[in-house]
Design a protein around this ligand. Structure first.
Ligand code: TXA
Ligand code: MG
Length: 331
């Protein structure tokens, strides 16, 4: 398969590439597109054969369900069989945006979307290109992140091309994404609602709307049954071995002294031994998240032997970033 790339201005998406992409989706094709979190790998969510193509393209296990993207909350309601008041409150507050809601599925949703389970995950993305595509296609679009399974999620079209060239029909290049890490996944079928994956909408913001929310369990390995399916321990990993610790200075020093090529992700600039590639990230959770995968992609391309990351604080605001770092560093 030849993978085409079409550029789309994220501020003023032109019709032509979107109509091409929409037509491909209607014919059962795979289209990668930017969202405000990371790039997604989209297929018509109502076409089981089209969604099934996502799995080999990514190398994703079939027991991992995918998020369905919609143009509006009204469209999301058609895919679910119950829409609690909590969903209204959350949609009102956070959509379009990086929050995914898990709700009881409607009968028309194919099994391949839900991995055969009783629920479906829905979200209305905020990226102008994603919204324009959803409106042009007039379809619900099932889309996991547009990376090979277990690899870093893509925040640029180039990252998608590197992983999926020859495996998808089209990449819409809308430039770098702004949010930088994935959406928050919240299970509204649990009492109280349960956070399945921390993401760009943080726990304090959810609890301000909902009251208490249950925290995600510990990351699982791939062996047991997957109750919170996306929570495989190893995920979002660069190829370069990565170590996270509260203060990486001593380890960086030791590795550099031994002659190793080292990258160091810090919170704000820090002095480092000569030759160490330092990437300082902003000391606030949103600013840090926005640049995290970008930084890891960059370091992963720099032919290093080790990436060292200074862990951000243990507060709820940093939960999503710490979660991604823990997964990136587990082996
Ligand atoms: O920001 C995002 O969420 C990006 C963009 C493209 O929207 N998408 C994304 O998709 O990260 P993916 O497939 O890489 O991660 C989706 C997560 C997985 O952990 C999956 O197991 C979980 O959502 N999920 C999907 N449907 C679910 C369901 N019905 N019940 C529980 N978890 C579900
Ligand atoms: Mg993913």
């Amino acid at each position: 398969m030849i993978t085409r790339t079409l550029a789309v201005d994220p501020d003023h998406p032109a019709d032509e590439p979107l109509l091409r992409a929409a037509e491909l989706l209607r014919r059962g094709g795979l289209v990668a597109f930017p969202t405000e979190t990371v790039y997604g790998l989209g297929a018509n969510a109502l076409d089981a054969d089209a969604v099934a193509r996502i799995f080999p393209a990514k190398g994703r296990p079939a027991h991992n369900p995918v998020i369905v993207h919609l143009a509006s909350a009204e469209d999301a309601r058609r895919l679910v069989s119950a829409w609690p008041r909590s969903a209204d409150l959350l949609a009102e507050r956070f959509w379009p945006g990086p929050l995914t809601l898990v709700l009881p599925r409607a009968p028309g949703v194919p099994d391949v979307v839900t991995a055969g389970g009783p629920t479906v995950a829905v979200r209305v993305p905020a990226h102008p290109v994603a919204l324009a595509l959803l409106r042009a296609a007039q379809l619900p679009v099932a889309a996991p992140s547009a990376n090979r399974s277990t690899r870093l999620s893509p925040t640029r079209a180039e990252h998608v091309r590197r992983d999926l060239d020859g495996r998808v029909d089209l990449i819409l290049d809308g430039g770098p994404t702004t949010g930088g890490i994935e959406s928050t996944v919240l299970d509204l079928t649990a009492r109280p609602p349960r956070l399945l994956r921390p993401g760009l909408v943080d726990l304090p913001s959810l609890e301000a709307v909902l009251g208490p929310v249950a925290r995600p369990g510990a990351p699982r390995d791939a062996s047991g049954p997957l109750r919170a399916p996306g929570m495989l321990a190893r995920h979002y990993s660069p190829r370069t071995p990565l170590a996270c610790l509260p203060d990486g200075a001593a380890l960086v020093e030791e590795l550099a002294r031994a002659g190793a090529r080292v990258g160091w992700v810090t919170l704000t600039p820090r002095p480092a031994p000569a030759g160490v590639l330092v990437v300082p990230l902003p000391p606030d959770p949103a600013g840090y998240a926005a640049q995290l995968y970008e930084a890891l992609h960059h370091l992963d391309d720099a032919d290093l032997e080790r990436i060292v990351v200074d862990l951000p604080p243990e507060s709820d605001e940093w939960m999503a970033v710490r979660d991604r770092l823990a997964r990136a560093s587990s082996s």
